[in-house]
Structure formats: C-alpha cells, structure tokens
Design a protein around this ligand. Structure first.
Ligand SMILES: Cc1cc2nc3c(=O)[nH]c(=O)nc-3n(C[C@H](O)[C@H](O)[C@H](O)COP(=O)(O)OP(=O)(O)OC[C@H]3O[C@@H](n4cnc5c(N)ncnc54)[C@H](O)[C@@H]3O)c2cc1C
Length: 532
C-alpha cells in the first residue's frame, strides 16, 4: 500500500513544478506531483513585478538584457547561460499567452512593459501587480485537466532514494523518494526520474518575503543525495518589505520604484543618490545595503518609500493589490510614505545544474530557484527568476523524456521507510527553540553585512545545534516541522561555509574584512563530503 510507482516524480507546485509537469505529461510521461501545502502555495504565486523579456525590439535588444543581467550579477554569471535564457524569453511569454495568461496591456493593445531596478529598458511583462498568481492560474487550469498528472497536496518530500544508498546496483541513480503524507505516514514513491522544484530558502532567515513553505528542503535533500551547491552565500535581500505589525512578509515590489517611487528617511530626506547614480532604482544589493547602513546610522526601525508624487488613480490601477493591502494596514500610498525594511528574498546559488536541469546524479533533475545554472551570478536582476523557471522547465521536460526513453528499465524495489526504532516526540520546545535560534543568528551574523568574526560565531553555534537535531531526528517520529528544521540547519551551514570560503566582497556577499572584489570572479562550491 505504501509503495507508489510512476515515470516522473515532481516535488513542488510553483512555476517550475507545474510547467515541467505539463510539458512531461504532454510528451506522454506519467507524473506524480507532490507539494507541501495546497497547489497554490509557492513563491511563484506571490510574485508581483513580472517576467523580464525583450518584447519591444525598437527600444530594447537581447544584448541590452544580457548586459544588464551580467552587470547586476557582478560578472559572476556565465555569459553563455545568460544568453540562453534571455533569447528564450519571448517564446516563454508567447507560451503563457497561449495558455490564457492575462498580461496587462497598454492603451494600444500591446503588452504593458514595466521597468525595475538594474534594467536599462522597459521589459517587465506583468499582470497588474499579481503576475505570479496569474501565471499559476493559467498553468493550473491546464495541469488539473491533464489525465497524465496526479497531484498530492499536503505531502512533503523527506529524502531521495538512490540505488547506491541501498546497494541495489553498482551504478548510482535516483529511483524515487520518501514522502510524508498528511497523516504522518511515509510513502515510498518509486520513479524513473525525480525533479526537485522546491524553490529557495527564505525561511532560513528571521525576516523574509517568502511564504513559510520556503525552507530550502530541496537543496538539503539534493545535497544529502550527493549534489554539490554553488554560490549559496549569494542570498538576495529585497530592500523593501512592508514594515507593519499587521502585515508581515508583504513585498513592496520594485516596480513601484520603477514608476517613480523614491526612498526617504523618516524626515523625508532622499538618500539613495549618495550610494549609486541610479538612485532608488539601483540594483537590489546596493539598495538593501544602503538601507541597512541608514538604519544602523539613525537607529530607526524602517525607511519609507514615497509614492505621493504619483496620482492616486494611477496607483490604484497599476498596483491594485498592493494599494489595497497598504490601505488595510492604514497606509494610503497616494498620501502616506510606505514604511519599508529589507528581508531575505531570493537564493541566487543552489544545486549545481545545467541550464536544462541535469545534476551530477543520473535520474535527478532540478528546475527554478533551487538550481544554480549561472544565470544570476552574484545578484539576480529583478524579474529574471520567473524567466529562469519558465524557460528551464521546457528544457528539463525534454531531458527527463530523453533519460526516460534511454534508461527505461526495471527499477529494483527499494525498502519501505522503517520506523521500528523511533518513538513519539516528548518535547516540542526543542524544535521551536532551535528554529528561532538559527533564523535569528542567520539574520544577525550572516545577513546583509558580514564579517569573519560573525561568520565564525554563526558556524560555532550551528555545529552545536546540528548534533542535537541529528540525534532528535533519528530517535523520534518524523513531522513536517522537524523535517524543515533539519533542512534549514543543513542549508544554513552550507550558506555559512560558502560565505567563509569567499575571501572578497561581490554582489550580495559583503564582508567588511574583505571589502574589495578580486579581478576574476569564481564560483564557491560546497561538496557533500565537506559537511555530511
Ligand atoms: C513575494 C515575492 C515576489 C516575487 N516577485 C518576483 C517577480 O516579480 N519576478 C520574478 O522573476 N521573481 C519574483 N520572485 C521570485 C520568484 O517568485 C521565484 O524565484 C520563483 O517563483 C521560483 O519558482 P519555483 O517554481 O522554483 O519555486 P516556488 O514557486 O517557490 O515553488 C516551490 C514549491 O515547492 C514546494 N515544496 C517546497 N519544499 C517541499 C517539500 N519538501 N515537499 C513538497 N513540496 C515542497 C512548495 O510548497 C512550493 O509549492 C518573487 C518572490 C517572492 C517571494
């Protein structure tokens, strides 16, 4: 009863998981898609700003988009990978139009193109300020109708099953995964291929724009199975999250600054011009560091985004959702500056992968934010991640089908999950205490501005906690919060060790003990044998 068989197991129901599921099923593959909460819960569904793609070739070009991406990425990007994603952009936009996605149009019936930080042209295709919701809506319609896709909501991936782990073959490959169901049972899903599309790791930090499902599970799961990580120190802190007790994790999109919003202190003084010639529209790493600096200098709790120079009617039409959310919190953005602070937002590093999602382990693929392809470099250009997720999914689906056709063979039955030696948990306080502790020291020591001492302190604390959690994990019955805690602990360690390895400051990684950049940009890799 607890063993299920399929061609492809997909973990995650964001843009990457749903897009790949649809493409694989359309090519004739049978898919089981598991997702931690409801199908609608993901970073993708929360995305506001839009997808970056060259659309208007009279004012923009692929070369410009490539240059902006590499400039924002501080030359840590792989130029050939950037070219690949940028040139695939227009086709992705068309794909979504064909799925029925309702992108915003201008008065002439053409796509309305927004502008965001670091972009030198208007190229952000959007659906009001709810682009992610609209993309997922259009995809979901097609996915739910497809007979080749079964969806298991409220199912959490625990770990991958490999042939080497159970000595089932001398050639290592992934043959499925253990999945926690909502009743606390562990299912064994046996599958020719597995795609991890679990997104980023915002929940490793105390303050984040990400929904609570984002605990870096896929990174930890893939790493435990043997895939190295690349550039995990490159955590993007979004500069402007609403600072309000009644509304947590609300992102104030960069598109507001693109339309003329200006960052000011509580006294109304503009400050961004001192930090960058693009002022409030400078790349995210620079804006986040500038705000951090201003707050440390003034001791204030937040800075403000001033939209009051824009007309109320425009704000209500261009940002209908954010306008309402702010109003609910007592802020009318047409008359009141919006209080904002930075928070962990996006993971630029990830599991090492090709742009078409192949990892070093046969049978295991990744797509979207979990993957490090070389697109983002040391700092993601705004709206390039939805681009990455959509473009990548199409190519991952092709890889999966090719692998599937080449390798179609009888998979040896892996053992069922054993709980013979575990008991029910005695104290929940251990999980809560460690959760809070990790997220707080990651924020304070491994946040926007780092130092050698802060990183060493974070590592020393983490090593203590790691042993406690490991012991707990193997002795007690598994639950979702315990799984997430185990995963954020591992991901936090990978981030700290990556940050310690990089002896320079570049893009999102700023260390006051190594403030300058080397002439040549190199990746930071962490291999499983360095930690496990
Ligand atoms: C508030 C916000 C606004 C953003 N705005 C933009 C924007 O305008 N433009 C842009 O380009 N990018 C934006 N981003 C970033 C972008 O949304 C993400 O990078 C992208 O959507 C990632 O897609 P994904 O499919 O890889 O992962 P996600 O969309 O995060 O999906 C991950 C899925 O995996 C599931 N999952 C995780 N762990 C497990 C597990 N163990 N078992 C089962 N399921 C699991 C989750 O529940 C979720 O369904 C924004 C992000 C946020 C948070």
């Amino acid at each position: 009863m607890n063993r299920i068989y399929t061609d492809t197991l997909i973990v995650g129901s964001g843009l990457s998981g749903l897009s790949t599921a649809l493409s694989v099923a359309e090519k004739g593959g049978q898919v089981i898609l598991v997702t931690k909460e409801s199908i609608d819960t993901s970073n993708s569904a929360s995305a506001q700003g839009g997808i970056a793609s060259v659309v208007d070739f009279s004012t923009d070009s692929f070369e410009k988009h490539i240059k902006d991406t590499i400039t924002a990425g501080c030359y840590l990007n792989k130029p050939e990978v950037v070219k690949f994603f940028v040139e695939n952009g227009p086709e992705s936009i068309n794909h979504f139009k064909n799925l029925g996605c309702r992108f915003s149009k201008n008065g002439y019936g053409h796509l309305d193109l927004g502008k965001e930080g670091g972009h030198t042209a208007r190229r952000v295709v959007h659906a009001g300020d709810m682009t992610g919701y609209e993309l997922i809506r259009s995809l979901k319609q097609a996915v739910l109708k497809h007979p080749g896709i079964s969806i298991l909501e409220h199912h959490t991936a625990v770990d991958l099953i490999s042939t080497s782990k159970f000595m089932l073959s001398d050639k290592n490959r992934i043959i499925g995964a253990y999945i926690l169901d909502p009743h606390g049972n562990i299912l064994t899903v046996v599958s020719q291929t597995v795609l991890l599309a679990t997104g980023g790791c915002g929940k490793v930090y105390l303050y984040t724009s990400n929904p609570l499902v984002t605990s870096g599970d896929g990174v930890a799961i893939g790493f435990r199975a043997g895939v190295p990580t690349v550039n995990m120190e490159m955590i993007q802190f979004h500069p402007t999250i609403l600072y309000h007790e009644k509304a947590t994790s609300v992102l104030i999109s960069e598109a507001l600054r693109g339309e003329g919003g200006v960052l000011v202190t509580k006294n109304g003084a503009e400050f961004m011009e001192q930090y960058h010639h693009q002022g409030s529209l400078a790349p995210r790493d620079i804006v986040a560091r500038a705000i951090d600096h201003e707050l440390k200098k003034s001791g204030d709790d937040c800075v403000f985004l001033d939209m009051t120079k824009l007309k109320k009617e425009f704000l209500q039409t261009r940002f209908p959702n954010l306008y309402k959310i702010c109003l609910k919190a007592g802020i009318d953005m047409s008359t009141d500056p919006i209080p904002v602070v930075p928070a962990a937002h996006y993971m630029c590093g990830g599991l090492k992968s090709t742009p078409s999602g192949k990892t070093v382990i046969p049978g295991l693929f990744v797509s979207g934010e979990i993957a490090h392809t070389g697109l983002h470099g040391a700092n993601r250009l705004a709206s390039n991640s939805l681009l990455e997720a959509t473009v990548m999914s199409k190519y991952v689906a092709k890889e999966i089908m090719t692998y599937f056709k080449e390798k179609k063979e009888q998979i040896p039955d892996p053992p069922l999950w054993s709980e013979d030696t575990v008991t029910n948990r005695d104290e929940n306080v251990i999980v809560k205490q460690n959760w809070d502790e990790i997220r707080r020291f990651m924020w304070n020591y491994v946040g926007i501005v780092r130092s050698n001492k802060r990183l060493d302190r974070a590592l020393a604390r983490l090593e203590l906690i790691r042993h406690e959690i490991s012991e707990y994990y193997w002795n007690f019955k598994i639950s979702k919060d315990l799984l997430e805690l185990r995963n954020i602990t591992l991901v936090a360690e990978i981030i700290i060790k990556s940050a310690i390895k990089r002896k320079e400051s570049r893009g999102l990684h700023f260390n006051i003990d190594h403030p300058s950049s080397f002439d040549t940009a190199t990746d930071t890799e962490i291999f499983p044998e360095e930690i496990l």
